[in-house]
Design a protein around this ligand. Structure first.
Ligand SMILES: [Cu+2]
Length: 98
């Protein structure tokens, strides 16, 4: 249990440090819903041409690491990265936006 708490703390620190320099490759969005039991997150986001999404949309993503879902909640503004993993759109990185 303590180990888990430490991992979460480390992840939280990583997120806040990484958020400082704006990464232009990340996609801006807002968390609509977090579903920890299904390891899914619903994100409303702007265009992401790299993922063949050329307009704003709200959609459900899987996450590469369930711990990412503990750092965000519905309503949070985020910057994220996503990729197709085994044919499924998966969030690989989330940073809280200022
Ligand atoms: Cu999308």
């Amino acid at each position: 249990m303590q180990t888990i708490a430490r991992v979460i703390l480390a992840l939280t620190l990583c997120v806040s440090v990484a958020a400082a320099p704006a990464q232009s490759s990340l996609i801006g969005g807002q968390v609509v819903k977090v579903d920890q039991s299904a390891n899914k997150i619903t994100i409303k986001h702007g265009p992401a041409p790299r993922l063949n999404m050329n307009e704003s949309m709200t959609m459900v993503y899987a996450v590469s690491d369930p711990n990412m879902l503990k750092a965000v909640k519905a309503g949070d503004k985020i910057n994220f990265d996503a990729d197709r993993v085994n044919g499924q759109l998966t969030v690989t990185k989330i940073e809280k936006a200022k």
